[in-house]
Design a protein around this ligand. Structure first.
Ligand code: TYM
Length: 339
């Protein structure tokens, strides 16, 4: 596994994994290298629960008619990447009422000062999203997702660190007040590529919502499209291939992408490509990405939406039962008796 030692040590002592993805389309290389590859690998050793967080996706403008297609397609991509319904629960958030209910309870102990510091709300509203309460309290729902199942580890990309910290903080607040109910969960990050950057603006992260299609490689892009995207990636005018985030963010990003895809170290790749020129280096990066992603398109085509729906249905039923018994315990400690 391409994981740092700290992660590996923590992981061996832990039991349950939870993570989520918004069904907002355009799933890209950053989602895969930052999170989904770990989702798949962690299935070997842990109990794994993966959620398509459709309630989160409603916090920004969305079209109701497109949501269902996006939920199914997101699930289909995850199955193609190797999420295995025999070993993992893969379901949609709205199937399980406990997410929203726990979010309300946690919201009663979330200081507004903490939410005011969350960068995602500022970023999204600056970019034109309406400043609604759902978007503002988004991190509380995310904390509820994780704590609902008493998860120990959460495989995510670097952009979710702040939300993860808040989740830990809320778990501690709850436990201090009501007793030891929630384990304090930890984020689980890949060693490289925990923050894959945009190919057109390498100071920004690669994003599903970037209107510039050239900024990302989509998981299902054809090989010739992938090559085109990588070849046109913004770099700099100095011809040396070297890792330097400040001076050479574009090249450093490509080095991380290639290191993750080939499972080689950045140092190794620098040694090999330092003086070979950007053209040859970009071709090598493109080859590595094509090789990594090619099998997924074949697997995606082999699936059908009816089977995907069945997976979501079955896992949703199981997740709802599990969540319901955990919520009973929460109700008990907060003093809300069920009649
Ligand atoms: P989302 O849907 O934006 O992204 C899914 C996962 O992909 C990671 N990711 C990246 N990793 C590396 N480089 C990038 N450029 C990049 N872009 C995205 C994200 O970190 C994420 O792991 N808030 C979450 C969804 C969520 C969730 C949860 C996650 C809701 N509840 C509970 C974990 C646990 C989100 O918007 O992910």
């Amino acid at each position: 596994m391409n994981l740092c030692e700290e992660n590996t040590l923590t992981a061996t002592a832990r039991q349950r994994i939870f993570s989520g993805v918004q069904p907002t389309g355009n799933i890209h290389l950053g989602n895969y290298l930052g999170a989904f590859r770990n989702w798949v690998e962690l299935q070997d050793s842990f109990e794994t629960i993966y959620c398509i967080v459709d309630l989160h996706a409603m916090t920004v403008d969305y079209e109701p008619g497109k949501l269902e297609a996006a939920r199914i397609d997101t699930a289909r991509i995850l199955l193609a990447l190797g999420v295995d319904p025999e070993r993992s629960l893969l379901y949609t958030q709205s199937q399980v009422p406990g997410h929203a209910e726990l979010a309300w309870i946690l919201g009663t102990m979330t200081p507004m000062g903490v939410l005011n510091r969350m960068t995602q709300f500022k970023d999204k509203t600056e970019m034109g999203s309406s400043p609604n309460l759902g978007l503002y309290s988004y991190p509380v729902l995310m904390a509820a997702d994780i704590l609902l199942y008493r998860a120990n580890l959460v495989p995510i990309g670097d952009d979710q660190r702040q939300h993860m910290e808040m989740t830990r903080d809320l778990a501690e607040r709850f436990n201090n007040r009501f007793g030891d109910v929630f384990p304090i969960p930890e984020g689980y990050f890949p060693e490289v590529s925990s923050r894959v950057m945009s190919l057109t603006e390498p100071h920004n992260k690669m994003s599903k919502s970037d209107p510039q299609i050239k900024s990302r490689v989509a998981i299902l892009d054809d090989p010739d499209v992938i090559r085109k995207r990588i070849r046109s990636a913004v770099t700099d005018s100095d011809p040396e291939v070297r890792y330097d985030i400040d001076q050479k963010p574009g090249i450093s990003n490509l080095l991380e992408i290639m290191a993750a895809c080939t499972r080689r170290s950045v140092d190794d790749l620098v040694e090999e490509h330092a003086n070979g020129g950007y053209g040859a280096f970009k071709d090598a990066v493109a080859d590595a990405v094509v090789e990594e992603l090619a099998p997924f398109k074949t697997a995606y085509k082999a699936l059908n939406n009816g089977d995907v729906r069945q997976v979501l249905h079955d896992a949703g039923v199981e997740a709802r039962d599990m969540a319901s018994s955990y919520m009973r315990e929460v109700h008990k400690v907060i003093g809300v008796k069920r009649y």
